[in-house]
Ligand binder design. Structure first.
Ligand code: B12
Length: 218
């Protein structure tokens, strides 16, 4: 079987795992991915991620309930955790820059943020992941402490988007706005929002996040 065919089958299994709403299904796909020796990033990006987007659509249409979303998310998170150490590192030996990343205050969605952090790490960035529900001042405090080039924030809810604007304000208050670049992302975020609040970059997905971070760190 060709590698493309193996990837296609594993992506199909990843989708089935997320949509099965059964515990541990994601783990099984992760183990199969490692055994097959394909790049786990492809299964995360082309299998698990579109499946989670499908989950979001089903939830919006009230076809599935919150406990089902939780099981689906746990399946993906468990798989990503196992796959992460098996992702081949980027070719650059040089440190690309220092990034402080987190999900904004009031928001506990962290799957996408975790993927972005992983992609940045394997692309040569030193990444400090503050987790979720992070107050704006905490981003700035950490960035100062580790001498970061970039603060990257994620938000999945319209109600928590203001956290990204608050980071801009905190940076200005600290007199660091010129020194530290900002990058925003998350499902409700777009380029218009980024322009409106005055961030330096917006990324639609994890690969765009890496590309933009590299531009900012230059
Ligand atoms: C999974 C999920 C959950 C899980 C989260 C588990 C976890 N550990 O993250 C659970 C079940 C816990 C959950 C809880 C809730 N959820 Co929810 N959830 C989702 C769902 C279905 C998928 C999100 C996801 O993981 N997507 C997959 C990842 C890979 O994609 P992503 O996050 O978009 O990330 C990608 C890009 O956006 C980008 N990106 C992300 N971050 C960043 C950062 C930077 C810097 C850059 C450049 C790029 C970038 O790159 C990523 C990779 O490609 C969304 C639906 C949706 N349409 O998004 C709803 C959704 C976000 N949830 C929603 C809601 C309302 C809630 C709850 C309030 C529900 C409730 N009634 O209790 C709570 C929130 C509690 C809180 N305080 O945060 C709403 C938000 C509505 C709104 N106001 O905007 C949504 C949109 C569902 C809906 N249609 O109603 N949820």
């Amino acid at each position: 079987m060709s590698e493309e065919e193996v990837v296609r089958q594993l992506c199909q299994l990843a989708r089935e795992a997320v949509l099965s709403f059964e515990d541990d299904e994601g783990l099984r796909v992760a183990e199969k991915t490692i055994a097959a020796g394909v790049n786990p990033l492809r299964i995360i990006n082309e299998g698990f991620t579109p499946a989670m987007i499908e989950i979001g659509e089903l939830f919006s249409q009230e076809e599935i309930s919150l406990p089902q979303v939780i099981v689906a998310a746990e399946n993906m998170l468990a798989a990503v955790k196992i796959l992460e150490p098996h992702i081949p590192a980027g070719s650059s030996e040089e440190k690309a820059g220092v990034v402080v990343i987190g999900t904004c205050a009031g928001d506990i969605h962290d799957i996408g943020k975790g993927i972005v952090a992983t992609m940045l790490r394997i692309s040569g960035f030193e990444v400090y992941d503050l987790g979720r529900d992070v107050p704006p001042a905490k981003f700035v405090e950490k960035a100062r402490e580790v001498n970061a080039n970039i603060i990257a924030s994620s938000t999945l809810m319209t109600t928590t988007m203001m956290g990204q604007k608050a980071i801009e304000e905190e940076l200005r208050k600290a007199g660091l706005r010129q020194k530290i670049k900002t990058m925003v992302g998350g499902a409700p975020v777009n380029q218009n929002w980024a322009n409106k609040i005055g961030t330096d970059a917006y990324g639609e997905n994890a690969s765009e996040a890496v590309q933009k971070a590299k531009e900012l760190a230059e």
